[in-house]
Ligand binder design. Structure first.
Ligand SMILES: [Zn+2]
Length: 245
């Protein structure tokens, strides 16, 4: 184990400091260096996750959870006769041509354009869907070293600590509502009050996010159990080599 001061400069960003979008590149350049150094395993996990879940894949997964029958539905009127649209060259927007009533957020009413983020905790976030998916799948609320810290999450998703703190708190709010059945999250400074209020106005719009989180937790626990059983079987085999089959 080397002291932090002995690490090459580029590794500092991997050990928790603010990290840019070039994170996978940094990992690469780190690997090419001959100096033996300890690498945070979780940063490799996140780099691999982003490689496996580019923007379009992340959107397809989230849409699949929100609209399981494969058909997007207008959150205002339930209509499903929609037009696909692009915004800033990005797919994933739907226009409902029905004439919707005016409300506080849409004083003119009329047609409605939405995406999978509509009405959820993702709505006012600038974080990419891939990073959101990572947070939902990997934020671990256990106490101690297993649990996700703000510092670690910031390096995993290549964001500021402020953003990481916000993500952690939003996930806690989600878990509290759907898992702990707490219907009022006590706001921390990391999440703005209007975001909390919007969540409690229509919490069920977020259920699909929690479902994805739950499924990932189950997958992880099964994989962990299988790994442990394989290790135990290997240990038993090495203890009694005569019975090796
Ligand atoms: Zn509609």
């Amino acid at each position: 184990m080397l002291l932090k001061s002995q690490l090459p400069t580029s590794s500092l960003s991997l050990s928790g400091e603010r990290n840019g979008a070039d994170q996978p590149l940094l990992v690469q350049s780190w690997l090419e260096q001959s100096t033996p150094i300890t690498i945070t395993r979780s940063v490799f996990v996140s780099a691999q996750f982003f490689k496996d879940h580019p923007g379009e894949t992340a959107r397809t997964i989230l849409e699949g959870y929100r609209w399981p029958n494969g058909q997007a539905k207008c959150p205002l009127c339930g209509g499903w006769r929609l037009y696909r649209e692009k915004r800033k060259g990005q797919l994933g927007y739907y226009r409902c041509p029905a004439s919707h009533e005016a409300d506080a957020s849409r004083p003119l009413g009329g047609q409605f354009v939405f995406s999978v983020r509509q009405g959820t905790i993702l709505e006012n976030s600038r974080l990419s869907l891939s990073k959101w998916l990572y947070c939902l799948a990997h934020i671990d609320r256990s106490r101690g070293s297993r649990g996700t810290s703000v510092k670690r999450l910031a390096s995993e998703i290549g964001a500021t600590r402020k953003t990481a703190a916000r993500q952690l708190e939003l996930i806690i709010m989600l878990d509290d509502y759907f898992w702990e059945k707490n219907d009022r999250y006590v706001g921390k400074l990391a999440v703005l009050q209007p975001v909390i209020d919007a969540f409690y106005k229509q919490p069920d719009q977020n259920q699909f996010l929690f479902q994805y989180r739950l499924d990932k937790a189950k997958e992880r626990s099964l994989a962990y159990r299988a790994e442990r059983e394989a290790k135990e079987a290997e240990k038993a085999r090495s203890k009694f080599p005569l019975f090796r089959c």
